[in-house]
Design a protein around this ligand. Sequence first.
Ligand code: PEP
Length: 252
Amino acid sequence: MRKKIVAGNWKMNKQMEEGLKLTFAIKETNKNFPEELEVVLAPPFIHLYAMEELLKNQPNFFLGAQNCHEEESGAYTGEVSAAMLASVGVDYVIIGHSERRHYFNETDTHVANKLQQAIANDLNPILCVGEHLAIRNDKKHFEYVQQQIENTLFSFTADLMQDLVIAYEPVWAIGTGHNATPEQAQEMHQHIRQILQDQYSKSFANNLTILYGGSCKPSNAPDLFQQPDIDGGLIGGASLSADDFSAIIQSF
Ligand code: PEP
């Protein structure tokens, strides 16, 4: 059975003390998980080390980073490598988030290089893809997401990508309060699974966890998570509240 994941992307929010309190509250509220459900917390880099202490020995909780650099090491002031993340106990790394693509000019080439680093350092990549509103309005969203996947993933063999997770995050839904409908999300998730099946194999595609992201909250998570190809969520705003995030976790 493929993994279900609820991942919280805190973005540039929470001071250390607040982050630790939030982690503790989420941990305390969420016990007795189904075995295949993983909860990933992706705080700012600076909180990772302290949060690792809080999350260790918690079998369903995993630590995520929001980004990594595309090179192994070197003179890249202010950057953090995948190897550094692995060295503090990080399990997952979000790669290609639309905010990185937009504000930091990340291209599919950067994203592919970052994936390479994640794989080389045994981190589970969460690859974000998704179209802008104008592309959807032009009815080019299926082609656009396919192109993003081809550009970033197709140079890797299936055996290198056993730990890959894809997050479908329509840009028009991120932080806007307007989520994709369960039907819109399901048809894109099915499309993504089909692309991976055509390129790799049916078993690869069947085992791939595909998350939905974009204004996911307690009120819409149950309907989204009921869709056959939606295996959980990448949650931004609602991951900053222990009550909301826990309610989303409990939507399964
Ligand atoms: C995100 O940034 O990955 C995200 C899904 O944000 P939000 O839930 O706030 O739309």
